[in-house]
Write a protein that binds this ligand. Sequence first.
Ligand code: PGA
Length: 351
Amino acid sequence: MDKTKRKAIIAGNWKMNKTPSEAKALLEAVVPAVKDADCEVIACVPFVDLSVALETTKGSNVKIGAENCHWAESGAFTGEISALMLKEMGVEYVVLGHSERRQYFGETDETVNKRTKAALAAGLKPIVCVGELLWERECDITEEVIARQIKLDLFNVTADELKNIVIAYEPVWAIGTGKTASPEQAQEIHAFIRSIVANKYGKEIADNTSILYGGSCKPSNAKELFANPDVDGGLIGGAALKVADFKGIIDAFIFSSPSRIAATLISMCRSGDIFIHTGITLAETLLSFILVLTAGILLAILLWASDTVSGILEPYLVILNSLPKSALAPVLIVWLGNNPKTIIVTAISIA
Ligand code: PGA
């Protein structure tokens, strides 16, 4: 399954941070910084910040989420907020079952399931969080814990409803601790989550479900984490509160794999960004692209049999990864084939 077909998401989880005026200031800086992101960008903010967050992000590509909701439509639940209330405000996402809710506020899989059902019924998109405690990992029961959480949290959720659910894997020992799951650990559990979803809903639905990684994700480790085939983005805590870090994570995401870079370029073509940067017409761009593609295919055939392919590619990849996104606009990339003979021909500026 090509992971670029799944929705790629970077969601900030602000937790109990930022007053409404601080939220406004932060989002005013985030909106222009992430406007080119080729993934869905979400800011999940405290209830009292929702109104200003919706206002500040209006017309931008930043979506707004809440950090929890109650399962009842209304009633005697002092201090709680219903999914319907959020929906009416214009909120799109809601984080549910975050480990801090489970740890400090008595949230259980049963209540996470009830909230998930209520959020879906109200038309919200739940970001359902699962993850093991440190001692559960040490006892080697990580998979058992995750399987139980997924099964219980998604109890009675239909296949159709699952399309509106995002799953976040957040190893509890990595949240806010500075410790991150290694890319291998993250991939292992993400693939496991996808297999649980596949068992229940079928492979196609599992292949289309976005699974985010959360837990001390930062610009310096994001790229490796997101390069994994089953990691579709991140749920970002601390780093979402700093514009440069949040943007750095989004940029790392864009450069996390050749297919992601290609997807970015394609979306830039579609949005017209490439033409703005290069000042050339669509016909000229297409012609250049065909020429580059032909040259690339010829080159690829020549290189195909060569064992030095990876050596040849190395400098290209290094240069590519060090370029800011805007500098990539006039560069066309042709990605051919798969491992072990993946050949990337980065070609010429068409400016
Ligand atoms: P962190 O939090 O990035 O600060 O570790 C992640 C989360 O709790 O969603």
